[in-house]
Write a protein that binds this ligand. Structure first.
Ligand code: AMP
Length: 558
């Protein structure tokens, strides 16, 4: 029996339960995030049974936040943001202000101090990156104008929150929390120092970091050692987060975000994102577990009306505010509704704000529990909002005239496909397949989950869909029912199996060729309905043996 191993118990307990609850949530067609939060509740102090170490869990969760923010940075293109800034900046600012005021109004009605109302309202005003991006990706909305506005809006919210996280501790005294109630002048000095440090940090990152970070990664990539590359990515994310916090006093989150954003310009950013993904996901899960641990479910019985009012502010209040703003900017109703639905939830930033508010003595446990209840319930309701939106689609279409429709940046247009090939993945394997198909004038469509690859394909006039081929609706969008071939050229076995199975259901006659890397995968694909499976290693072996045969034949003829 192991002795006292709280760190192992917390990591293992958190991950195992998160896995079980996450799988259950997935089965019930809910976001796995809900499962992770519930797993946290289960290992938390408010429910019977095993209680994990909340302090350790929170510290581990910080790594999740760092990697999450690094990931946000990696997908943060200044160009995309600039293209929607005219609506995203005022939209996010007005919505944050309105939602904060609504939260403060509720707090005022409850007789809470102003500082608490402020933190509470602010926490209700920011949407979760994870929830929003998942919702948009599932519906293939990321590359539409609506999607870009929503993402831009979210990024402005993120930046506002990053600033809030830095400034709130400085303002804590004034807001009535821990820390001395400083004079206006002292506050201004603190503000100036904080902003000065943030500006110095941004300048150093943009001038030196911009050269240093890609240089380091390119060097490591040149060694060709994958393990070192993965380690390099993690070292950069974690090292810059911690280093910036120590040197400039900014949050871990801001340091990681900038390291990611600087890397997003590099050609290696996709690989960096890919390499940091598994660890990021594992620690992000621990983040949600640690938040769930703080949640006292009895709040739903103790304060049902307050919980309802909080959810109302998040789902209805914020949505109406967003709707009004988007319509005021003369975008069509369908755009306004999509943006409202995407933002009608709260998540990680709200949790971070709640934790910060508690540590500064600004937020009461009731306020925190309301934020957590509001987050859990609004995340649960979010997919339903989108389903409602889908139901409204015919009506919305009828209402819109061609002139009032959203101008999409690059409409994905191609003639209806028949007897074509659906090619999943356009990487090392997929692009060579595509070249052969093009040469033989075979009609085909590509599904790829890297936006820049899809954009480039479309510029070349090749039909290409953006998104995860395993996501609902993707196979249908590629007209799989009328296709002859499905070529699955991605390296992920489980996803590939899912894709094949779904395609078979829609088109039992289709011939499926899959890509395997081992004998076990070969069997797995056959069980899942692949007609042929090509194993990379077999082809390499054949190629090598052929070389020997050819050169020995040449030698014997000379
Ligand atoms: P490679 O291993 O170099 O042939 O690259 C595989 C390609 O498949 C990459 O470009 C990935 O972005 C892409 N890919 C991987 N998984 C999926 C998926 N589930 N749906 C669409 N594209 C994918």
């Amino acid at each position: 029996m192991p002795h006292d191993t709280p760190l192992i118990a917390t990591v293992v307990g958190g991950l195992v339960l998160a896995f079980i609850f996450g799988a259950l949530a997935n089965r019930l067609r809910m976001p796995p995030l809900v499962g992770y939060l519930l797993a946290g509740v289960a290992v938390g102090p408010f429910t019977p049974g095993f209680v994990a170490d909340a302090h350790l869990a929170q510290e581990l969760a910080e790594i999740g936040v760092i990697l999450l923010m690094f990931g946000v940075g990696l997908h943060f293109s200044l160009k995309d943001l600039l293209s929607v800034k005219a609506i995203a900046i005022p939209g996010a600012v007005v919505q944050i202000t309105l939602a904060t005021l609504l939260g403060m109004g509720l707090a005022w009605a409850m007789g809470w101090p102003v500082g608490e109302g402020f933190i509470f309202g602010l926490a209700l005003s920011v949407a979760s990156t994870v929830v929003l991006l998942t919702a948009l990706q599932e519906r293939r909305l990321v590359e539409t104008r609506r999607g870009q506005i929503a993402v831009g809006w979210l990024i402005v919210e993120d930046i506002a929150m990053v600033l809030a996280l830095v400034l709130i501790p400085a303002l804590s005294g004034i807001l009535g929390g821990k820390g001395e109630a400083i004079s206006n002048q002292a506050l201004l000095v603190t503000l100036a120092i904080t902003l000065g440090k943030v500006i110095a940090f941004v300048a150093v990152m943009l001038i030196f970091g911009r050269r240093l970070i890609p240089w380091i990664l390119e060097r490591i990539a040149a060694t060709g050692n994958r393990e070192l590359f993965r380690l390099g990515v993690l070292a950069i994310a974690l090292g810059f987060a911690l280093g910036s916090a120590y040197v400039f006093g900014v949050s871990f989150a801001l340091g990681a975000f900038f390291a990611g954003m600087i890397l997003s310009e590099s050609k290696l950013s996709h690989r960096a994102a890919e390499e940091s993904l598994p660890l990021r996901d594992a620690f992000a899960v621990l983040f949600f577990v640690s938040v769930g641990m703080l949640f006292d479910p009895s709040i739903i019985i103790r304060e049902p009306w307050l919980v309802l009012a909080t959810v109302f502010i998040i789902v209805v209040g914020k949505s109406l505010a967003a709707l009004g703003i988007v319509l005021a900017f003369r975008h069509p109703l369908s755009t306004a509704l999509t943006i409202s639905a995407s933002l009608a939830q709260i998540g990680e930033f709200s949790f971070i704000l709640a934790t910060l508010g508690m540590s500064l003595g600004l937020l009461s446990p009731t306020g925190r529990d309301l934020i957590l209840a509001g987050a859990i319930i609004s995340i649960l309701l979010n997919p339903m909002l989108f389903v409602g939106l889908d139901r409204l689609k015919p009506w919305l279409k009828q209402r819109e005239t061609p002139a009032s429709r959203e101008k999409e940046p690059e409409p994905a247009m191609w003639a209806p496909l028949q007897d074509h090939t659906v090619l999943v993945g356009f990487g090392r394997v997929g692009h060579m397949v595509a070249a052969s198909l093009t040469q033989q004038h075979q009609p085909f469509i590509v599904i790829e989950d890297q936006i820049d690859v899809v954009t480039a394909l479309r510029l070349d006039g090749i039909p290409a869909l953006y998104g995860n081929a395993a996501a609902p609706g993707m196979m249908e969008a590629a007209d799989i029912a009328s296709a002859r071939w499905l070529l699955v050229a991605i390296p992920h076995v489980l996803e590939a199996g899912q894709i094949i199975e779904h395609a078979r259901k829609l088109n039992p006659q289709i011939e499926v060729v899959a890509r395997a890397h081992s004998d076990a995968e070969l069997v797995y694909f056959e069980e899942h309905g692949a007609t042929h499976t090509i194993m990379g290693e077999h082809e390499i072996a054949k190629g090598m043996a052929n070389w020997v045969l050819i050169s020995s034949k040449e030698a014997s003829t000379h």
